[in-house]
Ligand binder design. Structure first.
Ligand code: ADP
Ligand code: MG
Length: 758
């Protein structure tokens, strides 16, 4: 039996090959099924009729019911082509003007297209419904190309809510107007609706009070009334979010019940050595998260945990202690950072934390020399190197761990999916020698010497690791850290199959950062404020945006800003350092070091300081052309100050040309310091598809009907319910779940297992 749903739209009445091609190119619609799954994004209420006297220009669409008074045809230069009675030369006609009236007044209706047909049907004395957008023109008002219907005509009979579908300029000029789209949908539905099979089992419909799919589809396109529309929308959104969560959670269930993980029952002496030497006590949140990680590491299953915590919440410490647990069980660990600067800073910090331990740690980045590399490779393979910190250089094929037990990924959203996949394969392979209890005794520990080991390369002697073909690696435990707070709804989807830990408590002593937004006219006052702060021994960050997206012109922009600052803060009273992406590492380090050590009062930079750098003495963050930054970037930058005991400030300097949206962002920054609130708002303002990190994720963020930004509550409901379904039947093997399993096998739910690539 032919399946109507898979029929090409070409064969739908009035479509044909040309329009079919247009629909395919513009909207990706090929089959009737594709078409009926294109939903209206809003509805026009055509239940009301507005008196002409109340029609105002440039407001939303209005519907009037009016009688034709007169018609006039115009040629070029608005010459009247003909009177009503004369034979008409249609070729010369450029415009049709129709005056219509109701009891309250008159208005002009204008057509530039379809003139002949409209002229003929709009006979004086007859009454129509006109639906369109009024506009002011030469001090008068008209409606151009309204939809024209006979009262009580088809469109009205179908219901009063008319769907508005996504469209493009090309579709409109190709003749696929809103009205044509509605007609196509009606035709497609009448052909296919009986064939559409329910995708949700009865019990799911009942539990969640959902309407059947056929009802939902009919009413999403042609709502009987607003109540039916609400029911239809709810059902389709729930279904979409439910299957998304079901698919993600199912992977999690399979993993937590199936996938083998490295067992790490011990804590080990290095953990205790580090912990006991800490100059502070861990915050409650840090302790809780470490407990969560401990539980994962001892479970026998692979850990896949996302650690969210605002800038400065103390994630590094958690990462280091986790690495030390791995080491305490005879494994190695690595920490991967997205940039060289950040990797260096991690390395420097971690070295300090490791000082009281016997753990060896090294740094591997793009600028590590060949000689150092050889030493690192050797120490990795013989197991003497405990922690390797680095950039994506860690992912290179020749970086072979003897026994990688834990991979920590910092700021993971900056890593591409492919890069992350490589880490996965670096775990120990079955058959490779098990970690020896006393392997450390084979390699004399070098207390607190954390630089790249300098002893001769051993060529992997001691624990040769021959990977047999087809021999799958045992995945290391994975801890993903992000300082970009991700709205809860998005996190549940982006990281739907990961466990999430949140550090929601700042180390004590952090003071709120006072944030203000100023215009260029207050630059002098700002400079004075900066001088005052510097006079009190504080330091200032000044950040410039990347504007031109070309390294050369951005550099010019930065250099000009730098010169302005230098002339406002001249030597010998002030020292200004500059850091940007075009500098050599030496230059960068030199300038950075000057600021960190307090030799420079001001650090001018691009966003390279966004992550990482910790300068507690810096109390002012000036962000130039702040309107150009996204919210999450502004938040990250602000997090650079307020780290010391002093009161800190963030000054957002905006340009004259600041859009309304940009102003909203700046206002929000002044209003709150809560990273999660900022992230929520960011998602609402921009939509989840534009949030940092979501594009690379490969997840179907742009859903057909539900919105991750707006349907948070429903998403929660769908997730809780999906969890319930899986809890009762993890493999979806029961007969009543047959439909669910079938639906999950469809391409659109073939979501990669993201735990495996993050
Ligand atoms: P994050 O990586 O989350 O941005 P860091 O790990 O860099 O934060 O920590 C920020 C600062 O807070 C560091 O200087 C660190 O030494 C300090 N810190 C971390 N944990 C604590 C704590 N429990 N008490 C006091 N200071 C802490
Ligand atoms: Mg950090």
């Amino acid at each position: 039996m032919a399946n109507e749903l898979n029929t090409s739209i070409q064969y739908l009445g009035g479509v044909g090959p040309k329009r079919a091609e247009l629909l395919r190119r513009e909207l990706g619609i090929e089959t009737l099924s594709d078409l009926i799954h294109l939903y209206p994004f809003r509805y026009i209420d055509r239940s009301g009729i507005v008196p002409i006297a109340q029609v105002a220009p440039d407001v939303a669409f209005v519907q009037i019911q009016a009688t034709v008074v007169s018609r006039t045809l115009y040629g070029p230069q608005s010459a009247v082509v003909s009177q009503e009675t004369n034979p008409i030369h249609w070729g010369a006609v450029k415009r049709l003007s129709v005056i219509v009236e109701d009891a309250s007044g008159r208005i002009e209706i204008v057509f530039f297209k379809g003139i002949r047909w409209n002229y003929q049907r709009l006979a004086p004395g007859s009454t129509f419904l006109f639906f369109g957008k009024p506009q002011g023109f030469n001090g008068r008002m008209n409606i151009v190309h309204p939809e024209v219907d006979v009262p009580q005509d088809g469109a009205m009979a179908q219901g009063t809510l008319t769907g508005v579908y996504p469209s493009t300029e090309k579709l409109k000029t190709g003749g696929i107007t809103g009205k044509v789209m509605c007609k196509m949908q009606a035709a497609a539905l009448s052909l296919c609706l009986p064939e559409i099979r329910e995708t949700l089992p009865d019990y799911v419909l009942r539990d969640n009070a959902l309407v059947p799919l056929q009802y939902a589809l009919r009413n999403i396109h042609f709502p009987k009334d607003s109540y039916a529309l609400q029911k239809a929308t709810y059902r389709l959104k729930f279904e979409e979010l439910f299957f998304l969560q079901l698919s993600l959670l199912k992977q999690k269930y399979i993993r937590s019940r199936g996938e083998r993980g490295l067992t790490m029952p011990k804590v080990g002496p290095d953990f205790h050595a580090c912990y006991n030497a800490l100059p502070y006590t861990l915050t409650g949140a840090q302790q809780r998260v470490i407990k969560e990680i401990r539980a994962d590491l001892t479970s026998g299953h692979q850990m896949n945990r996302l650690l969210q915590g605002d800038v400065g919440s103390g994630k590094t410490m958690v990462a280091v202690l986790s690495c030390l647990i791995a080491i305490g069980n005879g494994f190695q660990a690595c920490i991967m950072a997205p940039t060289e600067v950040l990797a260096q800073q991690h390395y420097a910090n971690i070295k300090k934390y490791l000082a009281p331990t016997s753990v060896q740690c090294a740094l591997l980045t793009g600028s590590t020399t060949q000689k150092e590399r050889r030493a690192i490779h050797a120490a990795l393979e013989d197991g003497s190197l405990g922690i390797l910190v680095g950039t994506h250089a860690l992912l290179e094929d020749n970086v072979v761990f003897r026994n990688l037990g834990l991979a920590v990924i910092d700021e993971q959203h900056r890593f591409g999916v492919d890069q992350r996949a490589k880490l996965w394969a670096k775990g120990p392979r079955p058959g490779s020698s098990a970690p020896s209890e006393n392997f450390a005794s084979l390699i004399p520990p070098q207390r607190s010497a954390c630089g790249p080991p300098v002893h001769e390369a051993t060529g992997g002697h001691g624990f040769p690791r021959e990977a047999a073909p087809g021999d799958a690696a045992i995945p290391p435990h994975v801890l993903v850290m992000t300082a970009t707070p991700i709205p809860r709804t998005l996190a549940m989807t982006l990281y739907g199959d990961l466990d999430v830990s949140v550090i929601d408590e700042m180390p004590p002593g952090r003071k709120p950062v006072q944030t203000m937004c100023i215009g260029q006219n207050r630059r002098a006052a700002m400079y004075k404020f900066m001088r005052d702060e510097i006079a009190r021994g504080r330091q200032v960050f000044v950040v410039f945006p990347l504007i031109f997206e070309s390294e050369k012109t951005d550099l010019q922009n930065l250099e000009k800003g730098y010169e302005d600052i230098v002339s406002a803060f001249p030597l010998p009273d002030y020292k200004v350092a500059i850091v940007h992406g075009q500098q050599s590492n030496e230059e960068k380090n030199f300038n950075m070091a000057a600021f960190v050590a307090g030799r420079a009062n001001i650090l001018v930079s691009t966003t390279v300081i966004e992550v990482g750098v910790d300068v507690p003495n810096a109390s002012v963050m000036v962000i130039e052309s702040a309107q150009r930054f996204g919210l999450s970037q502004l938040h990250q930058l602000r997090g650079r100050v307020g780290r010391g005991a002093e009161k800190s400030y963030c000054i957002l300097v905006k340009d004259v040309k600041t859009s309304k949206e940009a102003q909203e962002r700046l206002d929000l920054m002044c209003r709150t310091e809560d990273g999660f609130e900022i992230a929520e708002q960011d998602m609402k303002m921009r939509g989840p598809g534009d949030l940092e990190g979501t594009q690379q994720s490969g997840l179907p963020i742009n859903l057909a009907i539900a919105s991750l930004a707006k349907d948070g509550t429903l998403l929660m409901q769908a997730r809780v319910y999906a969890d319930r379904v899986l809890d009762a039947d993890p493999g979806l093997q029961e007969p009543r779940n047959e439909l669910l399993l079938k639906e999950l096998r469809k391409d659109k739910y073939d979501i990669k297992d993201y735990s495996k690539i993050s």
